[in-house]
Design a protein around this ligand. Sequence first.
Ligand code: FAD
Length: 434
Amino acid sequence: MDTDYDAIVIGGGSAGLSFARHAAQLGRKVALIERAELGGTCVNRGCVPKKLLWTVADALQRGSGLTRAGLLGPNPQVDMERLCAARGKKIESIRHSYRDKLHEAGVALIEDTAELTAPGEVTISGQRLHAPRIVLATGGHPVKPKMEGADLTCDSDEVLNWTALPGAIAIIGGGYIGCEMAAIHAALGVRVTLVTDTDRVLTEFSEAAARVGQRNLEAQGIRVITGCTPDAVRRSKDGLELVLDSETTLRVDRVVAATGRAPNLEALGALKDRVALTDKGVLKIDDSFETSLPGLHAVGDCADRLPLTPVASSDGETLAMQLFGTHRAPVDLSHVATTAFVLPPVGEVGQPSSDAIFEEATLSPLSAALRADAPQDYWGLGGSEAAVTSVSLVAEGAHEAIAWAAQLLLHRPDRETMRRAIGVHPSTSEELMG
Ligand code: FAD
């Protein structure tokens, strides 16, 4: 094995793969070290398995809404065995395609655990590798809450690998991961209670959009308990008990902790104390993604950016360009479109604060008129008539539409200009455009 490279990247998730391929395509000698499956969180424990489950959940939710209204025949049900097999096949094919792409680009893939042993030096299984540029793309992991019985809870990694569905679950945490798990599993037929210590769910999103998102979770039959920090999880005769306070206990089969994530920093090894972290505990970086240790860069969830796959991929490519190509600035995080895959999805761009929304509407879409569960839609524009700077959307297809809204906002349109384009009828967007 070669021991000298132009760059070594630790981590084969969205960020590391992107950096390695682009740096190699720019003619550099690159090694990528991955200790587990290629594709990292997104492919194996995040976006991909989640979206596959969501696709089935979305179909079931629409179908059961029509069934309960008496318009469709008996409820279709999920076949978990076949779904897991199809999901496994898709994930395997993505891992293969990444392996092929690394090979085509000429990246040396090393399947091992890496540790920094000196500036510019990485050690794997006792062997020392050197490069003037080391890139940490080590991602993150779920963090369980500090409470009695926390080890009895399962996290998103485990939930996305369930091969059979429990009858009833309680989810602790009302962020996007907790809400997605709730919406998906309720649609698949699981009884779901969601408990959050905040006064509403989806606090990453504007209040109005999040409130409609919460109402839709409740319309799905999910019990949402806000302002509550559970005391303990205990084993019961036939399952688990989630103790909410001295008077209230939920009896469930599984308790899911969706209580945040922390970066994987073990790779820093003995250099840990020489690398600065932010208050959030992630790696502090400058505009060149360089940490406080010269020559050591960080991209993806372990760095101080937005923990989303497209940001990780874009930053990986940008870093490769900065080091070995032409200068390019990191993407502006205020133009990143985000979505919670609830039913229907909540999408947002521009990070609107509630007081910045100057025009909004909550409506019952025609598509829900025939359904017993009748989800609501919402749209909101933030900024001002003179310059629209944010869009919020709760609607079928919001995850697709919000990406186009992000493109639109790059041009800071005024409201009157937006009215000159005509939307599709009947749809929720036509109201926003008109
Ligand atoms: P990772 O993908 O975590 O990759 C890091 C890799 O580094 C891992 O493979 C790990 O094994 C490896 N590694 C760590 N330490 C070492 C070491 N010492 N030696 C060798 N290898 C090491 N984002 C979206 O944009 N859309 C979504 O819908 C979405 N849904 C999500 C749902 C869930 C449940 C979760 C958990 C996340 C979701 N995300 C989503 C976030 C997204 O998955 C992450 O932002 C993205 O995967 C981060 O990529 P990364 O490359 O930084 O890290």
